[in-house]
Design a protein around this ligand. Structure first.
Ligand code: COA
Ligand code: AMP
Length: 631
């Protein structure tokens, strides 16, 4: 604990000195002389006079340091039965050539490029190529449907879109190109050019003039060098769910992000250059950006890019097989992945088939690590298992066990201690700081450390309204929880309408907007309910318009289809109930907590603000009747 307290206080008392020291570990074009320029809104511009390039750090700097022959990226794809290794030199060559391709097609510094790709090396190559020329990438998770892609296209206004012909989900081959075509047709500001990586599993039809073949373009490509950009130059935009149907474009810079990730690779993950890091996530999420692509490469590790699932590809031993085959040092995934393994293989029989002696630690994030999953994973692996808490907005962990400077005891249910640079605190609704063990809103005192969002793309007001307005002087995380008397942080769940389904952050508000657009629906509410495997699952309550006469099963099918068609299958909204009324306060606010209690058959605490307490029994009866009918 002593080392932790020392380093934490150092960052708190002298942030300027602390972060400039961390910055020295990277290869700058122009080293910064100032760490932070604090802005009017309380956030900071990090290293404002430094010049850097993240693609250079991840590739050229590693080759220059003698790691040219070391594996940079290990693509492990059980779904195509393929393993491909890219050394740092090879990855640099591929990225430099692809950067040449997009530059020759007119992409310039500051232009946006949408990347809608499955978990193939070309996704990482595309990201690093954009960064190399100062273009701003925006990766859209391949599980999102055309409408979601179109929303992001219209917000980012990209010069180009990069995609692949198909993705492979377990035993399903999913054509990507028709989704892209639909999104481009729906978007008001579609890009002029689309580059398609053709996968042999399913080729895509290309539209003359607009669509181009990745492999053909690479044949004649000229490599380009990384351009120096200001440390504050945007590296990417990553859209994340908020409370409405319009996702927020979280912006990330080059310099602050690189410094933060480099620091975290040892401080949080206890890794050394040359170690093998296996982050089983997707490049479409922040975890994939930070710990499949940028963090491991900037730090000189070998990173696994895994195109598979924790189970069924081919079995619940998939992760352990990867660990043995590539001598993985640390693994990181969402608790839901380990719950899936535990469900399939409770006795961890598969694990016994593999030699996982290279593995030193297991990390989980993306949702709360429930004590049962923590205990099971600890028991079957015999290794330390660490929960850590962060968000798309932070870009790197806000609370974690300080493994690199000396691990502290683990408390199941807690994501451990605030990371240096984050002054995490718990506030009540009036903004008063709460004491130990008192539950409230988890906030971080401004300014935030390097790596965190400097803004929301094109919408400074949204930055203010979503994160900074509720508690002046603090960043409001949207999570609730408490800090115990030893400073351990316990994140208990969202305080807004965001839910977490299988580690995927989704907006119930957006689902409501989609359901409400159905011609039969007068009003609706979607809430998250606990699920043993996925953490949470959405359930919808709908009120029909008066004159509507529709078969309940048909309505259910249509609504489920709408959600799948507009958000994507990952939304997992499969259960809906038709009710006569929604429980509301007298001012018209939907009582979501009460709905959750009704759905979980808990004792209902009826608030005094309710507009019509008599409606509760009728709603309850409808839920019971319809859930019996569906069994
Ligand atoms: N592209 C297209 N579709 C996708 C997709 C992708 N990248 N990812 C998921 N889907 C689809 C699935 O095919 C499935 O479709 P279906 O309803 O037609 O069968 C649906 O979305 C739900 O998928 P998922 O939530 O993955 O459920 P599952 O039952 O297939 O698998 C788990 C369950 C737990 C194995 C899986 O959710 C998992 O691996 N979770 C870990 C998530 C993770 O790593 N999150 C990262 C945050 S750190
Ligand atoms: P995302 O931005 O998609 O990474 O999702 C961030 C959200 O996931 C957070 O605001 C939390 O609600 C949740 N989350 C992430 N990590 C944890 C964790 N370790 N414990 C509890 N919740 C978490």
């Amino acid at each position: 604990m002593q080392a932790y307290h020392e380093i934490y206080s150092e960052a708190q008392q002298d942030p300027e000195g602390f972060w400039l020291e961390q910055a020295k570990r990277l290869d700058w074009f122009t080293p910064p002389t100032t760490a932070a320029a604090v802005k009017k809104n309380g956030l900071a511009d990090w290293f404002p006079d430094g010049q850097i390039n993240v693609s250079y750090l991840a590739l050229d700097a590693q080759v220059n340091a003698g790691r040219g022959d070391q594996d940079a990226l290990i693509y492990d794809s059980p779904v195509t039965d393929r393993v491909e290794k890219y050394s740092y030199q090879q990855l640099k060559d591929e990225v430099a050539k692809f950067a040449g391709v997009i530059q020759s097609m007119g992409v310039e510094k500051g232009d946006r490029v949408i990347i809608y790709m499955p978990m193939i090396p070309q996704a990482a190559i595309a990201m690093l190529a954009c960064a190399r020329i100062g273009a701003i990438h925006s990766v859209v998770f391949g599980g999102f449907a055309a409408h979601e892609l179109a929303i992001r296209i219209d917000d980012a206004e990209p010069a180009m879109l990069l995609t692949a012909s198909c993705g492979i989900e377990g035993n399903k081959t999913l054509a990507y190109k028709p989704i892209v075509d639909r999104a481009l047709a729906e978007a008001e500001k579609p890009p002029q050019n689309v580059i398609v990586f053709q996968r042999e599993q399913q080729l895509a039809e290309l539209q003359q003039g607009r669509d181009h073949d990745w492999q053909q373009l690479m044949e004649g490509a000229e490599p380009v060098d990384a351009v120096p950009v200001a440390a504050t130059h945007p590296l990417y935009i990553l859209y994340t769910s908020g409370t409405t149907g319009r996702p927020k474009g979280v912006v990330r810079d080059h310099g602050g992000y690189a410094v933060a990730l480099n620091f975290s690779m040892n401080y949080v993950y206890g890794l050394q250059p040359g170690d093998v890091f296996f982050t089983a996530s997707d490049v479409g999420w922040v975890v994939g950006h930070s710990y499949i692509v940028y963090g491991p490469l900037i730090f000189g590790c070998s990173s696994i890019l895994y195109e598979g699932k924790p189970i069924n590809t081919p079995d619940a031993g998939a992760f352990w097989r990867v660990v043995e085959q590539h001598k993985v040092t640390a693994i990181f995934s969402a608790p839901t992945a380990f719950r899936a393994i535990k469900k399939e293989d409770p006795q961890a029989e598969h694990l016994k088939r593999y030699d996982i002696s290279s593995l030193q630690r297991v990390y989980m994030a993306g949702e709360r690590l429930d004590p049962a999953t923590y205990e099971w994973t600890t028991e079957v692996t015999g290794l330390p298992v660490y929960d850590h808490w962060w968000q798309t907005e932070s870009g790197w962990p806000m609370c974690a066990n300080p493994v690199g400077v000396g691990a502290t005891p683990v408390k199941p249910g807690s994501s451990s201690l605030p990371v240096p640079g984050y002054e995490v605190t718990v506030l009540d609704t009036t903004g008063k700081q709460l004491g130990a063990n008192e539950e409230g809103s988890i906030c971080v005192r401004l300014p935030l450390p390097p790596g965190c969002l400097p803004t929301v793309w094109g919408d400074e007001q949204r930055l203010q309204d979503s994160y900074l307005k509720a508690f002046p002087g603090y960043y409001c995380s949207g999570d609730g929880g408490y800090i115990d008397d030893e400073g351990y942080v316990f994140i208990m769940g969202r305080t807004d309408d965001v839910i977490n389904v299988a580690g995927h952050r989704l907006s119930t508000g957006e689902m409501e907007e989609i359901l409400a657009a159905h011609p039969a629906v007068a009003e609706c509410a979607v809430v998250g309910t606990p699920d043993d495997l996925k953490g949470e699952l959405p359930i919808g309550l709908v009120i029909l318009k008066n004159e509507v006469d529709i078969d309940p099963q048909q309505l259910q099918d249509e609504l489920v289809q709408r959600i799948r068609g507009e958000i994507g299958a990952i939304a997992c909204l499969k259960t809906l109930y038709v009710v006569p009324k929604l429980p509301k306060t007298r001012s018209g606010k939907i009582l979501r907590r009460l709905i959750r209690q009704l759905l979980q058959r808990e004792d209902v605490a009826i608030p005094s603000t309710i507009d019509d307490s008599n409606s509760i029994e009728a709603i309850q009866a409808c839920i019971e009747e319809q859930s019996k009918a569906s069994q």
